[in-house]
Design a protein around this ligand. Structure first.
Ligand SMILES: *[C@@H]1O[C@H](CO)[C@@H](O)[C@H](O)[C@H]1NC(C)=O
Ligand SMILES: *[C@@H]1O[C@H](CO)[C@@H](O)[C@H](O)[C@H]1NC(C)=O
Ligand SMILES: *[C@@H]1O[C@H](CO)[C@@H](O)[C@H](O)[C@H]1NC(C)=O
Ligand SMILES: *[C@@H]1O[C@H](CO)[C@@H](O)[C@H](O)[C@H]1NC(C)=O
Ligand SMILES: *[C@@H]1O[C@H](CO)[C@@H](O)[C@H](O)[C@H]1NC(C)=O
Ligand SMILES: *[C@@H]1O[C@H](CO)[C@@H](O)[C@H](O)[C@H]1NC(C)=O
Ligand SMILES: *[C@@H]1O[C@H](CO)[C@@H](O)[C@H](O)[C@H]1NC(C)=O
Ligand SMILES: *[C@@H]1O[C@H](CO)[C@@H](O)[C@H](O)[C@H]1NC(C)=O
Ligand SMILES: *[C@@H]1O[C@H](CO)[C@@H](O)[C@H](O)[C@H]1NC(C)=O
Ligand SMILES: *[C@@H]1O[C@H](CO)[C@@H](O)[C@H](O)[C@H]1NC(C)=O
Ligand SMILES: *[C@@H]1O[C@H](CO)[C@@H](O)[C@H](O)[C@H]1NC(C)=O
Ligand SMILES: *[C@@H]1O[C@H](CO)[C@@H](O)[C@H](O)[C@H]1NC(C)=O
Length: 455
């Protein structure tokens, strides 16, 4: 007997004789009673605050269960067991990473074949610290040298279970401090995922971003807990919470993030996005961009709603960052400029903040320290129909008395940027802002500053 498959509900209370459920043995066994005892119930997702335009359709019931075996010794690669379970239970099954068991992943896994499957992570999953292996084998994405430990894609995939996925980032933070050109994998590399949910997970110590979501539609992230600071002097850099790319109808909600770069970032071609009820600590804010990085490319970010965000200890609250129309360098490993496109219909509604450097930062000179030069090459990537409303709290002293900056590279590059009910003050109580090439009458801040905070 290899697998004993039964419908979940039908056997929930049945007591059948079972084979030894040996986690270390040749086969993964399915124990009928264990279905009731060890399978997390699928949880329906509720949407408080704003309702998404589109949500993933209801998944058909899963009709088999596969437990993922493990060596459970923290040193032997469990990837073959994981692939085996995912293949066995693909198309209608439920895969369980059982509570109390550790799994180690030391092989780059192409998981783009998934379809109609639940992945129930109740346990602890760790990626190996073999930086040479991962740099040679992780999956390359076409944007900003992003690579990933595994590549997730498919249709009707639900991942949940309350477990922890650990990227073993320390070794990467230390290596990056030696060489900024190393390729650090993102924890969740997603390419072509549709009609899916990822919820109730604890994510720790990603080497780089926690999620890179490309070519995906109709995916919800709910109740994700992100943290993982460096334990050495080398800071954990570029640990964005979520970056979206060439994707639409993505919801990110009800999550707690402690990280060191964008809490959420909408990269090129992100449309119909809803982000709500996040608590972000230590980040670079909720960002549109950076955009316009690649010459000849046309980037679109449109129809984004960001609602009810708590932002603390951050460089920014709401941010839109665009490269200028001339080659520029943010750092050795982040260069660009010259791309075009547009940012349109973006709303930031209800954001509370504490110790944030700029409550709002709209900037079209990303990567270019020479503002004069930037303004000589205004951006062909326009920013229009932006609403920022109901902001409260206090900024840090970094740019005080400024609290915000609205810097467009020409009067035609931006239009209809509205900031209303912005009750954010600097530590001295001021509300000064730097406003360049924007309609000051639409901005509920004091456009009195004559230079950018950081120039
Ligand atoms: C807004 O965020 C706060 C803090 O996380 C939360 O308590 C509240 O329920 C949220 N409101 C909605 C409508 O989601
Ligand atoms: C896995 O190992 C841990 C000890 O590291 C042990 O407590 C646990 O029971 C083991 N799990 C299984 C399923 O063998
Ligand atoms: C990598 O992990 C192995 C196994 O846990 C450990 O023995 C080794 O010290 C780690 N290497 C580094 C550089 O952290
Ligand atoms: C997305 O899809 C496009 C078109 O099929 C493909 O070229 C690209 O490699 C995919 N992945 C990313 C990250 O864009
Ligand atoms: C990847 O990084 C190198 C520098 O290491 C840079 O020259 C190149 O443009 C980057 N590629 C992309 C697609 O950003
Ligand atoms: C997403 O779900 C809808 C409704 O079930 C279906 O029509 C569509 O084909 C699915 N998308 C993909 C990429 O499978
Ligand atoms: C907002 O998110 C927090 C943190 O995940 C959660 O505890 C709370 O229940 C959420 N609020 C709503 C209304 O869902
Ligand atoms: C923010 O994160 C830091 C760790 O970086 C932690 O010490 C602090 O307690 C967190 N603050 C809140 C309000 O969660
Ligand atoms: C974004 O979408 C536009 C319009 O469809 C397209 O021209 C452009 O190539 C896309 N850019 C990327 C990076 O996929
Ligand atoms: C603007 O985006 C919102 C979603 O954030 C959408 O509901 C609305 O229809 C969009 N407005 C236009 C004019 O497209
Ligand atoms: C900044 O750019 C301007 C215009 O191109 C140039 O004249 C000036 O020398 C540059 N300043 C610096 C510090 O490079
Ligand atoms: C706005 O600026 C004016 C002139 O500098 C100043 O009198 C006023 O107090 C400022 N208001 C706020 C809210 O900072």
């Amino acid at each position: 007997m290899k697998f004993l498959f039964s419908t979940l509900l039908a056997v929930a209370s049945a007591t059948l004789a079972v084979a030894n459920p040996a986690w270390h043995g040749e086969e993964s066994w399915l124990e009928n009673r264990a279905i009731a005892e060890h399978v997390s119930p699928p949880r329906s997702i509720s949407y408080h605050g704003k309702t998404p335009c589109k949500i993933p359709p209801h998944s058909p019931p899963r009709n088999k269960v596969c437990y993922v075996k493990s060596h459970n010794d923290s040193s032997t690669d469990d990837s073959p067991y994981i692939l085996d379970a995912l293949h066995q239970c693909n198309n209608g099954g439920h895969v369980v990473f059982k509570e109390g068991t550790k799994y180690l992943i030391g092989t780059a896994l192409d998981l783009t074949f998934l379809e109609h499957i639940d992945i129930d992570i109740q346990s602890y999953i760790l990626f190996t610290n073999d930086t040479d292996y991962w740099q040679a084998n992780s999956f390359p994405f076409v944007f900003q040298n992003v690579t990933s430990f595994f590549k997730l894609g498919g249709n009707d995939v639900n991942i949940y279970g309350g477990g922890t996925v650990d990227g073993n980032g320390q070794v990467w933070y230390d290596l990056y401090a030696e060489n900024i050109y190393i390729l650090r994998p993102v924890l969740f590399g997603i390419d072509g995922l549709h009609n899916s949910t990822i919820k109730d997970l604890v994510l720790r110590y990603s080497p780089e971003y926690y999620h890179f979501i490309a070519n995906s539609t109709n995916v919800v992230f709910d109740n994700i807990n992100i943290a993982g600071a460096s334990k050495s002097v080398n800071v954990a850099k570029n640990t964005d919470g979520w970056d979206t790319y060439r994707s639409s109808d993505i919801v990110i909600q009800n999550s707690v993030i402690v990280n060191g770069d964008d809490c959420v970032s909408f990269k090129p071609n992100s449309t119909n996005m809803l982000v709500q009820n996040l608590s972000c600590n230590g980040s670079h804010g909720i960002s549109v961009g950076s955009l316009g990085q690649y010459e000849g490319e046309y980037d679109i970010v449109e129809n984004v709603y960001v609602y009810n965000i708590s932002m603390i200890n951050a460089s920014d609250g709401a941010r839109i960052k665009v490269w200028p129309n001339i080659a520029s360098a943010q750092s050795g490993d982040l260069q660009g400029g010259g791309g075009s496109g547009y940012v349109k219909n973006i709303t930031y509604d209800t954001m509370s903040m504490a110790n944030v450097d700029y409550a709002i930062e709209i900037y079209q000179c990303y990567g270019q320290k020479n503002l004069t030069l930037c303004l000589e090459y205004p951006s062909p990537l326009t920013i229009t129909d932006i609403v920022l409303k109901d902001f409260t709290g206090q900024t840090s002293s970094k740019y005080a008395p400024q609290t915000s900056s609205f810097a467009c590279s020409s009067t035609t590059a931006c239009g209809n940027i509205v900031a209303q009910d912005i009750d954010v003050v600097s530590p001295g109580g001021q509300q000064d802002a730097y406003c360049l090439n924007v309609d000051n009458t639409l901005l509920d801040v004091n456009c009195t500053s004559t230079s950018l905070g950081f120039n």
